[in-house]
Design a protein around this ligand. Structure first.
Ligand SMILES: Nc1ncnc2c1ncn2[C@@H]1O[C@H](COP(=O)(O)OP(=O)(O)OP(=O)(O)O)[C@@H](O)[C@H]1O
Ligand SMILES: [Mg+2]
Length: 273
C-alpha cells in the first residue's frame, strides 16, 4: 500500500481577505483559496482551511503542520503556531521569485515595504501608520462610491492619459473628492488613475525607507490590480514581479514555514526538490 503524502498549510487571516495555501512535502504549492474575512475571523479561517483541503482533495490527517499569519493570526484555533505577515510575505515572494530583494505588500488595511536577503529572510521593513490612504481600502472606498467593482476600477484606470491630482490625504475625504472631481467634468478613468497615483506615491515613500533593490515583488490583493501595477512601474521606472499567485504570498510563506518547522521538530529535514 502506498503511503499517503504529507502536506503543510498556511492561513493568512487578513483584515479584508483570508487566504490559504497548501504545499507538499517538497515545498511545492498544491492549492490556494481566498474569501472575504467578514466580521468573524474565527469562522473565516476555519472556512478557508476546509475549502483549501476540499479543493486539494487532502484530508486533515494528512496535514502535518499549520501556520497562521496576518492580522487575525492569533484567532486561528486549529493552527500549530503563528509567524508575522512580514516574514511570510518575504518568504512567499522569494519562493515565487528567487531574485526578490524588495517586497511591497499592499493589503486592505496595511501597506508594507520589506527588504529581504538572498534567502528570503527579512532584513528591514516599514509599514503605513494604520491610515487607509495608502492601502487597498482607499481603492475599495472609491469603487463603492462610484458603484464599480474592484476589477473595474483597476482596469478602467488603465485608459487614463491625464490623471487627476487627488489632494485628500485621508481615504474618507478622498471618497467625497472623487465625486467632486467627476462633477467638475473630469473623466472617470483620470479620476481613478489619480487615486492610484496617490496610493503609489505613498507606497514608494515606504519603499525608499527600506531601500529599493531590484528585483521588486509586488504582493497582497492590490497586486491583482493592473492600474496599480502600471502606476508603480511608471513611478519606479522598473518592472515589478507579480502574478496571480502574489495574492497568496503571505499564506504561501506561512505554509513553507510550516514545512520547515515540522522538519526541524521531527528531524526529517530534506532539501526541496
Ligand atoms: N481581484 C482583485 N482585483 C483588484 N484588486 C483586488 C483584488 N482582490 C483584492 N484586491 C485589493 O486587495 C485589497 C485586499 O488585499 P489583501 O487580501 O492582501 O488584504 P488583507 O491581507 O486582508 O489586508 P491586510 O494585510 O492589510 O490586513 C482590497 O482592498 C482590494 O483593493
Ligand atoms: Mg495581508
Amino acid at each position: 500500500m502506498q503511503a499517503l503524502r504529507t502536506y503543510f498549510a498556511g492561513i493568512d487571516a487578513g483584515s479584508t481577505y483570508t487566504k490559504g495555501a497548501l504545499v507538499d512535502d517538497r515545498g511545492a504549492l498544491v492549492e490556494t483559496t481566498v474569501d472575504m474575512t467578514g466580521i468573524n475571523i474565527v469562522t473565516a479561517t476555519k472556512k478557508a482551511y476546509a475549502q483549501l483541503l476540499e479543493k486539494a482533495g487532502v484530508s486533515e490527517g494528512q496535514v502535518a503542520y499549520v501556520i497562521g499569519t496576518g492580522y487575525g493570526r492569533y484567532r486561528i484555533t486549529f493552527g500549530n503556531t503563528q509567524v508575522t505577515e512580514i516574514s511570510c510575505h518575504a518568504k512567499g515572494a522569494h519562493a515565487l521569485f528567487p531574485g526578490t530583494r524588495t517586497v511591497l505588500d499592499m493589503g486592505g488595511q496595511d501597506t508594507k515595504a520589506i527588504r529581504v536577503n538572498d534567502r528570503g529572510e527579512v532584513v528591514d521593513f516599514c509599514m503605513n501608520d494604520k491610515c487607509a490612504a495608502g492601502t487597498g481600502r482607499f481603492i475599495e472606498g472609491s469603487a463603492r462610491v462610484l458603484g464599480l467593482s474592484l476589477k473595474q476600477v483597476g482596469t478602467l484606470s488603465m485608459n487614463s492619459s491625464n490623471p487627476v491630482k487627488v489632494s485628500s490625504t485621508c481615504a474618507v475625504f478622498a471618497e467625497t473628492e472623487t465625486q467632486e472631481q467627476l462633477a467638475w467634468g473630469n473623466k472617470l478613468e483620470d479620476v481613478l488613475y489619480g487615486i492610484h497615483v496617490s496610493i503609489a506615491t505613498r507606497s514608494i515613500g515606504l519603499l525608499r525607507r527600506v531601500g529599493i533593490d531590484p528585483e521588486i515583488t509586488f504582493t497582497g490583493g492590490v497586486s491583482q490590480n493592473p492600474g496599480m501595477i502600471r502606476c508603480l512601474e511608471e513611478q519606479l521606472g522598473q518592472k515589478l514581479n507579480t502574478s496571480p499567485l502574489t495574492n497568496f504570498c503571505g499564506a504561501l510563506g506561512a505554509a513553507l514555514f510550516a514545512r520547515e518547522k515540522y522538519e526541524n521538530t521531527t528531524g526529517t529535514g530534506r532539501s526541496a526538490a
